[in-house]
Design a protein around this ligand. Structure first.
Ligand code: MCN
Length: 769
């Protein structure tokens, strides 16, 4: 345990009213498109109208002659911009070209082909509509399974394969596990494609300063420092000449984790044109271009002993990466986290990443973990049904016990801490499980279709490192700079609590600064539910450095040894002589004048922190659903979520995270699905076609909490940002299958729309796809 920090209990674990909310709720937030710069130009784009086609020619003359137009550019004009860098999942991974503008051919509808810059957004849009592109349509491949057939069209013919990579993850003796099984459960589990839909669509404003030859880009990104590195690589500029600023970000949910063509174009074009360039973006741009998520087909085989022990598991996943490699990493979380909260002796998995002519997929809140939870939790329920066990009993039989941590799963991950049994027990208590089962039996006898669904989940959080700096000004006011960047999580509040706790001052003395690469030498950003563990810890350590320095200053002034001082209630007090004390503000002033000889002036500290391992959050969810026999409409009557994110900094904000995640998880379970037709045309290109949950769609939620501190970081924290999206879908699917199991249904595919459920009711013995 690295927990040596002194953290005042008055700040950690208490709900503080989020400092940013009043501003945001009153409409005083500042987003990228609120900015205006003198001489600003507007970028609009001509997007591919075919999923796969050769570009025979592009006619830009009419567009170039349109009023207000400053530039019309195609790939040929941008040879100085390097393609997007790609991280390989395996050394052999087939990587398609990733130019900023489509060069020679297009590979998905919505890909950017031509950039138009004009004086006003309307002029840019008007000119873009005058560009004509002569396409030679090529056969498109949309479905990932179909893409694996030898006769399938190639999404990227130059790769000579649709397979991006195959990645195996195995552990334990799988053959022996299956040989020893009493029952083998087989399951085919598709996970449908969904879109991340932040309230604020992506947008960018870029400004080249001709005097300093430096670039500033404002964009609502989740990881400004990463964006800076991408721009430096693609534009061949030193990092020191690039500043990326994320103002308020109207939601990111993982899809704003990296840059896309539009942000890079704005940056490249301001440098070329010498005037600020704004790409205002919009919902249609997002739905065609911003990475989508989750599309997998899982084939599972599970070897159970008759007492419910899960001996071994095999999983083959076909993952639709779309027309690009950006999602390859996120999918890997599925096989890593496959065994969930369970101790399973042997696992064999293979992930097959497949290119298709669809919008590229990638990280979206949960990023591979919801698919893992869906796999293992469906297996648990089907195992229970096959063996005639209660879903609670089979989970209890297989949990990793509390004394087994650190626990190395056969997929290679090491779980830091947890008490899954306690989490489930609390969930069952809040849900009143036994009584609800009795209620279900009564209602079933009345002919109602009522189901109870359970799911536990594991959330891998906290990867990599983060930076944090703290400075105390002469007045005693505190500034905290962080490399993490919030999109609505409440970091400004939480980080102030952490810094306040480490310094022993109230959090409202602390101002948090974030979202600007000018703040620190380097940083990372917010994704993977990592910011509390790594960003919060970096700040806590920096604040602790300051506390030590303040003790040194106080000791010098009070002419005692540091070891004679206590640090309490914003004061340094001489032990045994309570009258001899110095307040926080007095010590802060000392740092900038009047300090003892030999002490360096100033009160600033910067720390970088990476956890000693991943921190694994967990949870147990339960829900009660009713399905209307005539319409197939599913109603969630009750939903309980019990989460364990280690030591909690701000309980209200954690609840907010869980609720938001559940809303998105229910969206995936019940309503959301991105659809393409057989030619790769996007059928869900607007919010008229893509069904999102609304506030009124949510069922009553009851939340509970279990706390098992993580030994990986000084806060004892684990992340929680994605919890609800991971736990909610399998709980709902399990409940729906439970409702229809008496009719012979044992499988349902999300989203559980009334039509799907109605069809399952008509032919219950078949698999409802
Ligand atoms: N928290 C806490 N104590 C803990 C853990 C978390 O008090 N032990 C609180 C803190 O207020 C913290 C918040 O929960 O700010 C989220 O913390 P964490 O789990 O560390 O996640 P990140 O801050 O790294 O945020 C990323 C995560 C992810 S990956 C997605 S996607 C997501 C999410 O957060 N996108 C969001 N939550 C979102 N919430 C909003 N409003 N908007 C998004 O785009």
């Amino acid at each position: 345990m690295t927990n040596t920090l002194h953290l005042a209990a008055s700040e950690i674990g208490h709900s503080r009213r989020p400092v940013e909310y009043e501003r945001l709720l009153r409409g005083l937030g500042r987003y990228t498109t609120d900015l205006r710069r003198p001489g600003m130009l507007y970028l609009d784009l001509v997007r591919a109208t075919h999923a796969h086609a050769r570009i025979r020619g592009i006619r830009t003359a009419d567009a170039a002659a349109s009023p207000g137009v400053v530039a019309v550019l195609t790939a040929a004009d941008l040879s100085d911009i390097r393609p997007f860098p790609t991280a390989r999942v395996t050394p052999e991974m087939a990587v398609p070209p990733a130019p900023v503008l489509a060069a020679g051919s297009v590979h998905h509808v919505g890909e950017v082909v031509v950039a138009v810059v004009a004086a006003t957004p309307e002029q840019a849009r008007d000119a873009a509509s005058r560009v004509t592109i002569d396409y030679e349509p090529l056969p498109a491949v949309v479905d990932a399974e179909a893409a694996l057939r030898p006769s399938a069209p190639l999404a990227f013919p130059e790769l000579a394969t649709n397979v991006a990579y195959r990645q195996a993850r195995t552990g334990g003796d799988v053959a022996a596990a299956f040989a020893a099984a009493d029952t083998i459960v087989r399951l085919r589990q598709p996970s449908s494609r969904i879109a991340g839909v932040p309230m604020e669509p992506r947008a960018a404003l870029a400004e080249w300063d001709i005097s300093t030859r430096s670039l500033t880009v404002w964009a609502g990104v989740q990881a400004p420092y990463r964006a800076r590195a991408t721009l430096a690589a693609m534009l061949d500029l030193p990092e020191t000449d690039i500043r990326v600023v994320a103002l308020d970000v109207g939601g990111g949910f993982g899809v704003k984790g990296g840059l896309y063509a539009e942000e890079v174009l704005a940056a490249a074009l301001t440098r070329r044109l010498g005037r600020p360039v704004c790409w205002p973006g919009g919902r249609a741009d997002d739905l065609q271009m911003t990475q989508q998520a989750r599309e997998q087909v899982q084939d599972l085989e599970a070897a159970f002993r008759s007492d419910g022990t899960l001996l071994g598991l095999k999983l083959t996943v076909i993952c639709n990466l779309g027309a690009g490699a950006r999602g390859a990493g996120a999918a890997g979380r599925t096989t890593q986290c496959l065994t969930g909260c369970y101790q399973i002796g042997a696992v064999a998995t293979e992930m097959i990443g497949v290119y298709t002519n669809t919008v590229p997929t990638g990280a979206y809140r949960g990023a591979g973990r919801p698919e893992a939870a869906l796999a293992i939790e469906r297996v648990m329920d089907e195992g229970a049904a096959a063996l005639g066990l209660d879903p609670v009993a089979i989970r209890r039989r297989n949990f990793v016990p509390p004394d087994a941590f650190p626990y190395r799963a056969p997929t290679g991950i090491v779980l830091d801490s947890g008490d899954y049994e306690r989490g489930l027990a609390e969930c069952l208590r809040l849900f009143d499980y036994d009584a609800t089962r009795r209620e279900q039996a009564v209602r079933r006898r009345r002919g109602e279709l009522v189901g109870i669904g359970l799911a536990t989940y594991l959330e891998l959080t906290s990867g990599g490192w983060e930076s944090g700096a703290v400075r105390v000004l002469a007045s005693g006011r505190v500034e905290a700079m962080t490399g993490s960047t919030e999109q609505g999580q409440g970091h400004a509040t939480t980080w102030a609590q952490i810094v306040g706790a480490a310094l022993g001052v109230p959090s409202d003395w602390v101002t948090v600064r974030q979202g600007d690469t000018a703040l620190l030498a380097n940083g990372v950003g917010s994704f993977g539910s990592r910011s509390t563990v790594v960003g919060g810890s970096a700040l806590a350590l920096a604040a602790d450095d300051i506390r030590r320095k303040m003790l040194q200053l106080a000791a010098g002034r009070l002419e005692v040894a540091i070891t004679d001082l206590d640090w309490a209630d914003s004061e340094a007090v001489v032990r045994g002589a309570p009258g001899r004390r110095l307040g926080f503000r007095e010590i802060a002033a000392l740092a900038y004048g009047g300090h003892a000889a030999g002490i360096e002036p100033g009160l600033e500290a910067t720390r970088y922190f990476s956890a000693s391992g991943e921190a694994y959050s967990s949870g147990a969810y339960a829900c009660l659903v009713r399905i209307d026999r005539d319409t197939g409409h599913l109603t969630i009557e009750r939903f309980v979520a019990v989460d364990d994110c280690g030591r909690v900094v701000n309980p209200d904000l954690v609840d907010g995270q869980v609720i938001g995640g559940i809303a998105q998880g229910l969206g995936q379970a019940l309503w959301e699905q991105v659809r393409f037709d057989v030619d790769g045309q996007l059928l869900t290109g607007s919010l008229m076609d893509y069904a999102l949950p609304r506030a009124a769609s949510l069922p009553p939620l009851r939340l509970g909490r279990v706390i098992t501190p993580s030994p990986t970081n000084p806060l004892g924290a684990k992340g929680v940002g994605e919890a609800g999206t991971i736990g909610a879908p399998p709980a709902v699917v399990n409940a729906a299958v439970d409702a229809l199991r008496p009719l012979g249904v044992r499988h349902l595919t999300m989203p559980l729309t009334p039509e799907r459920l109605w069809r399952a009711l008509q032919t219950p013995a078949s698999v409802a796809e």
